[in-house]
Design a protein around this ligand. Structure first.
Ligand SMILES: CC(=O)N[C@@H]([C@@H](O)[C@H](O)[C@H](O)CO)[C@@H](O)CC(=O)C(=O)O
Length: 308
């Protein structure tokens, strides 16, 4: 998939559909792509990340999912970014080579989080060894410090990164540290890099700082609403943009109090889209019936500014 457009706007962090007995369910990805494009107006996906339980999947499963998303997304999606991060460098490199071979529009890598890099140079060295296996594929660093425990500021990482990783294209920034994000954007004067924000409930603040777009789980089922927020922000109609952010925030705040996570995202996507996402993989466990009933009632009770 040769990228036709710069990566910006919304990117859905895809869920990995599973069968009731816990096998990956490739058969619904065709329907999933059509749903994102036609119902959510989302044409970019980030596959095998956190929401996709990428680190809980085997290498073989990750390759099968990447292939299916690229195949089903052909001529429908603008960007299919494959997360190829892993604890084992050779596995991550293998996934990067595979993503290049199937013509992914980008790859992303999370910081290794068992044995961790202790400084910027060690982190860049790891990223470089993966990125160099896919020398023609745009590369994104996936920063999610509350899950990896790797808290090296992205702003530090940017210094000299393009020299060491010529394919470096930007960052998926899943952190609430807006000072770090602002420093990154301030350094990116020539706008050569993209900063995609990953905390959906705070996206408007990141847009105000200068984020180019967003990667997140809620764009699977609230993509259309969030696109309205993006449009209001661009107009600019800040009062309207805030209204959308407050309402998505209201839903997420409600969900977070009930224990919102990947399993709950699977359940919400199932009842909103009608596409069976199945259970999560252990150690995650399925959302409770109580969560599903309450989350559905909450979502149904929200009155959006567009009247839907
Ligand atoms: C920890 C986590 O899962 N964060 C999500 C958010 O989209 C998150 O679900 C949302 O902001 C609700 O809290 C994304 O940043 C993750 C993501 O993009 C991915 O699946 O790779």
């Amino acid at each position: 998939m040769t990228p036709r457009k710069k990566l910006q706007g919304l990117v859905a962090a895809t869920i990995t559909p599973m069968t009731p007995d816990g096998q990956i369910n490739l058969s619904v990805i065709h329907q999933y792509v059509d749903y994102l494009v036609s119902e959510q107006n989302v044409k970019n996906v980030f596959v095998n990340g956190t929401t996709g339980e990428g680190l809980s999947l085997s290498i073989q499963e990750r390759k099968q999912l990447a292939e299916e998303w690229i195949c089903q997304g052909k001529d429908k999606l603008d960007h299919v970014i494959i997360h190829v991060g892993a604890l084992s460098l050779p596995e991550s490199q293998e996934l990067a080579r595979h993503a290049a071979a199937i013509d992914a529009s980008g790859i992303a890598v999370i910081a290794p989080f068992f044995f961790k890099p202790t400084n910027k140079d060690e982190l860049i060295a790891f990223l470089q060894k993966v990125a160099s296996e896919a020398p023609a594929v745009p590369f994104y660093y996936y920063h999610i410090p509350h899950l990896t425990g790797v808290t090296i500021h992205v702003e530090e990482l940017l210094d000299g990164i393009k020299e060491r990783i010529p394919t470096f294209q930007g960052v998926k920034f899943s952190d609430t540290d807006l000072l770090d994000l602002a420093q990154c954007i301030n350094k990116n004067e020539s706008e050569q890099f993209a900063f995609l924000y990953g905390v959906d409930e705070q996206l408007l603040s990141a847009l105000a700082i200068g984020a180019n777009g967003a990667v997140g789980s809620t764009y699977n089922y609230l993509g259309r609403k969030t696109n309205q927020m993006l449009q209001a922000f661009a107009k600019p109609d800040l009062a309207l943009a805030r209204k959308y952010q407050f309402l998505t925030g209201e839903f997420l705040n409600f969900g977070i109090k009930l224990g919102f996570g990947v399993a709950q995202t699977k359940a919400v996507m199932t009842f909103v889209s009608g596409i069976p996402m199945g259970p999560p993989r252990f150690p995650l466990v399925s959302a409770s019936e109580e969560f599903i009933v309450k989350a559905k009632a909450k979502l149904d009770s929200i009155v959006w500014p567009d009247g839907d």
